[in-house]
Design a protein around this ligand. Structure first.
Ligand code: HEC
Length: 130
C-alpha cells in the first residue's frame, strides 16, 4: 500500500517539474523561424481568396500589436472561430495555419525549419508586436 504522504511528495515534485518545463518552453517567439516558407506560400493563396477583401496589411500589423506576448495558438483559435467573418470555420485547419504563417511573414517574421502545427507547441510560441 502507498502511504498518503508519499503521494503528496511525488505530486509536488511533478508539478514543480511541469512548471519549470513550461517556463522554459515559453521562451519561443514568432521571431524564431516557427513556420516554413511552404506554409507562407500556401497561406498567400488562402489569404488572397479568403481574407483580402476585408483586411489590409495594416490591419494585421495592428492585430499583432494588440496580441503582443499572447500565445500564437490563441490567435489561431480566434481566427478559426470567427473568420472569414461571412463564413466562420469554413477553412481547413491547415489553411488557417498557413494563413497565419503568411500574415507573420508579411509583418517581417522569418520562415525557418520547423512547421507551424496547432497540435504541437503552438501555445508555447509568443506573438510579438511587429
Ligand atoms: C467578410 C469580411 C471578412 C473576411 C472575408 C475576413 N474577415 Fe477577419 N474580420 C472581419 C471583421 C468585421 C472583424 C472584426 C472587426 C475588426 O476588428 O475590424 C475581423 C477581425 C479579424 C481579426 C482580429 C481578431 C482579433 O480578435 O484580434 C483577425 C486576425 C482576422 N479578422 C483575420 C482574418 C483572416 C485570417 C481572414 C481570412 C481567413 C479573415 N479575417 C477574413 C471581417 C472579415
Amino acid at each position: 500500500m502507498i502511504k498518503p504522504q508519499k503521494i503528496n511528495a511525488s505530486v509536488l515534485v511533478l508539478t514543480g517539474l511541469l512548471s519549470v518545463q513550461s517556463l522554459l518552453a515559453q521562451e519561443k517567439t514568432v521571431n524564431d523561424g516557427v513556420f516554413t516558407q511552404e506554409q507562407v506560400n500556401a497561406g498567400q493563396v488562402v489569404y488572397d481568396s479568403q481574407c483580402r477583401t476585408c483586411h489590409n496589411k495594416r490591419f494585421y500589423r495592428d492585430t499583432l500589436r494588440s496580441w503582443n506576448n499572447q500565445p500564437l495558438l490563441y490567435l489561431w483559435e480566434t481566427i478559426m472561430g470567427t473568420m472569414p467573418a461571412d463564413n466562420p470555420g469554413s477553412l481547413m485547419f491547415e489553411e488557417y495555419t498557413d494563413v497565419i504563417a503568411f500574415i507573420l511573414h508579411e509583418q517581417g517574421f522569418p520562415a525557418g525549419e520547423s512547421k507551424l502545427d496547432p497540435d504541437n507547441g503552438m501555445e508555447q510560441i509568443s506573438i510579438l508586436s511587429p
